[in-house]
Design a protein. Structure first.
Length: 122
């Protein structure tokens, strides 16, 4: 890739390691649910378009990771790409979630998405 300066980037491209270990489908789906709740809570509080796009990009990576893991057997590039996307997305979720932010708005956003606001707490 050539940056704006016109100087060619000679750094080696990252190498994708072939993965054969089981893909954590349930955990990836759980994390996708958390990302969706983060998005809903951010949107409800009036987050910027850039912030919403950042959250959506993480969700897109997780959706693609899940689809790749389901479509390709272990030991293939597709399966290994699923792992790489899921791990990258998991790291970015940690960056998105503010440790000081209360969880209540995120939980309310998730509950609203599940029950349309008709779910009562136990």
């Amino acid at each position: 890739m050539t940056p704006r300066s016109g100087i060619r980037d000679l750094r080696p491209a990252p190498v994708l390691s072939i993965r054969r270990d089981p893909f954590p489908l349930e955990a990836a789906r759980d994390l996708l649910g958390i990302v969706r709740a983060l998005y809903a809570a951010a949107r409800a509080r009036g987050a910027s378009v850039a912030d919403l796009h950042a959250i959506a990009a993480v969700g897109d990576d997780l959706r693609q990771a899940i689809a790749l893991a389901e479509a390709h057997p272990p030991g293939t590039l597709g399966f290994s790409s699923a792992w790489a996307r899921a791990e990258r997305a998991a790291g970015r979720v940690g960056e998105l979630a503010d440790a000081l932010a209360p969880a209540a708005p995120i939980v309310r956003a998730a509950v609203t998405r599940v029950g349309g606001g008709n779910v009562r707490s136990g």
